[in-house]
Design a protein around this ligand. Structure first.
Ligand SMILES: [Zn+2]
Length: 102
């Protein structure tokens, strides 16, 4: 088992660089500051939760960058859409990437 820590400091979304910071005692697993291009993730998550949280916040960033956030115009609806991606599509992508072609 890989015991090294997955802890990226930067991620590029839609050609834009987002800084990733880790913070102790964050209320949520993560959050996104669209204007400052900062993703904050709770310190002390395991690698899987850290990746899942980063991808969750990255999807929020995609909605903001694409302008779709303005169409949704409702935090709860946006959260529901992002969680649907988290729980339904993301596991499919992860499983496909485990196939030997990659
Ligand atoms: Zn969210």
């Amino acid at each position: 088992m890989n015991t090294s820590s997955y802890k990226p400091r930067q991620i590029t979304i839609g050609g834009q660089k987002y800084r990733i910071v880790y913070k102790k005692d964050l209320d949520d697993f993560g959050n996104l500051d669209v204007d400052k291009k900062i993703i904050t993730i709770r310190e002390n998550l395991n690698n899987k939760d850290r990746l899942d949280t980063l991808l969750h916040e990255a999807f929020h960033a995609c909605l903001a960058l694409s302008g779709l956030s303005y169409l949704i115009d409702d935090e709860n609806k946006e959260e529901a859409l992002v969680r649907a991606f988290d729980s339904l599509l993301l596991p499919v992508i992860k499983r496909e990437l485990r196939k030997p072609y990659f």
